[in-house]
Design a protein around this ligand. Sequence first.
Ligand code: B12
Ligand code: SF4
Length: 492
Amino acid sequence: MNILMVNPEMPSTFWSFRNALKFVSKKSSEPPLGLLTVASMLPKHWEVKLIDMNVCVLKNRDLDWADFVFLTGMNVQRKSFQDVVSRCQSRGVKIVAGGPMVTTESETFTGIDHLILNEAEETLPGFFRDLEDGCAKPVYASGHFPELQKTPLPRWDLLDKKKYASISVQYSRGCPFDCEFCTIPLLNGHKPRTKSSEQFISELNSLYRIGWRGPVFIVDDNLIGHKRRLKHDLLPALIQWSEAKKYPFRFTAEVSMNLADDETLIQMLVQAGFEHVFIGVETPNDESLAECGKSQNLNRDMTVSVRQLQKQGLRVSGGFIVGFDHDPPSIFEKQIQFIKKSGIVTAMVGILNAPTGSKLFHRMKSEKRLLGVMSGDNMDGSTNFIPKMHPTKLSEGYKKILRTIYSPREYYERVKSMMQDFHPFPEMKPRITWNDIGALLKSMWILGVLEKGKRYYWKLFLYSLFQCPKKFPLAITLLIYGFHFRKIAESI
Ligand code: B12
Ligand code: SF4
């Protein structure tokens, strides 16, 4: 069998980092870990090729080579996903599709030969059995969440790793919280399932062996979902590994705000090589937090929590949402002030949407406010339900937040304030590559000469170079991200 694994194209959004990737001569921020994992589950004698449409073109000759196209996707990739389906159909190539979009919206995908829903560890073996017996069914689904010990090592050999800015790995799936707008409880369950520390370290070793150095994104829904196992099993092993290897990887992970309450855990993460966390902050408005069930963010001064994390060595990026039923008209100004005060540089602000299958989706349906499926691009200013606030007010307020927080002055002030707060772990020396030097030169030309806001570029450039030289590479990285965010904000 010839199997072509295809990851559809992502549109240019805040998350794509497309305008920033050019500076470091990379094509995409992360590889499609789901497909690489599924590739390892295929019979060993099958031929496998990967086309990630974010780094290369899908040619008709690739489709003609394939007996099956294995297609993945999240909702933000919908358009490209559907284009691939049409191309396969017109060339008579059979499609096997899986991943979060088809799992949550399976009824809407007609004409696909085989839908392998949920986690492939659970559903793919049944498909292989039936395929061999000549009776493969159109849909394979399961309500059971498999243990991650079953998950094989991803097929890194299929990747052209030079094209990616970061590599993804996974330690756990599932999250103990239950936010109303989130589909993770549905997709991966409430009980976090983890790999063993040996299994996870052997994945890191495999990455180390293929020569990867630098950023590694641990894509868990919530890395601290199973705190006890993290503290007593994974982190002691990871600290040892990182120390022995002299910190080859700089880890990023998604965590919940309650990390700020556990100083030991923060210190262990930093010692293990974590330098960046993404947190769903969502909103400074308590009524809206209560509305969406974000209990871990309630009853605390979140600006203090964020600053504590940054002081101890974890730089914080945050997700923010407007459009909750309880949002007052002042929410836009409140969000702007909160983002400023917290010192969160990378603030991803979106309008609330109801992903298919989430609790919010069902509530909106029962309240007859649902308009359709969400676009998946949380920066396009759209929503898939009728908000309580007047839609024009919501959309104007949203744009005002983006225009303000990514204006050169506000952005550079936030970077400076974060640089003052942030105390990176001294053992983690910045690794400077030729790509970084290239990025520095490009930034001096593009941001320091061609673009608007050059005054703030040079102010921060000189400030970080002379006041905190160890953080100079970080300052340049954030300046480049700022350029990307501004371009996206301007396009909305
Ligand atoms: C890493 C990640 C990203 C990365 C993407 C990197 C990449 N190139 O893939 C980044 C940070 C860019 C990202 C962004 C977004 N993401 Co995201 N992301 C994730 C995350 C945390 C991990 C994905 C992953 O690698 N998982 C590990 C692998 C092993 O699991 P997997 O991909 O699910 O694959 C398994 C199965 O699904 C299945 N499978 C997958 N593909 C296939 C294909 C075949 C043929 C088969 C048989 C099986 C199969 O088998 C695998 C093994 O079990 C998931 C949450 C999650 N836990 O999955 C959200 C998730 C995929 N993201 C989601 C969303 C909504 C987004 C955003 C739209 C968020 C936003 N609102 O802005 C943005 C959009 C990006 C953009 N450009 O605009 C949703 C998708 C919802 C949906 N129904 O499609 C998820 C599920 C999170 C959630 N809250 O629900 N994301
Ligand atoms: S904490 Fe994050 S992953 Fe967990 S349910 Fe809430 S939004 Fe989803």
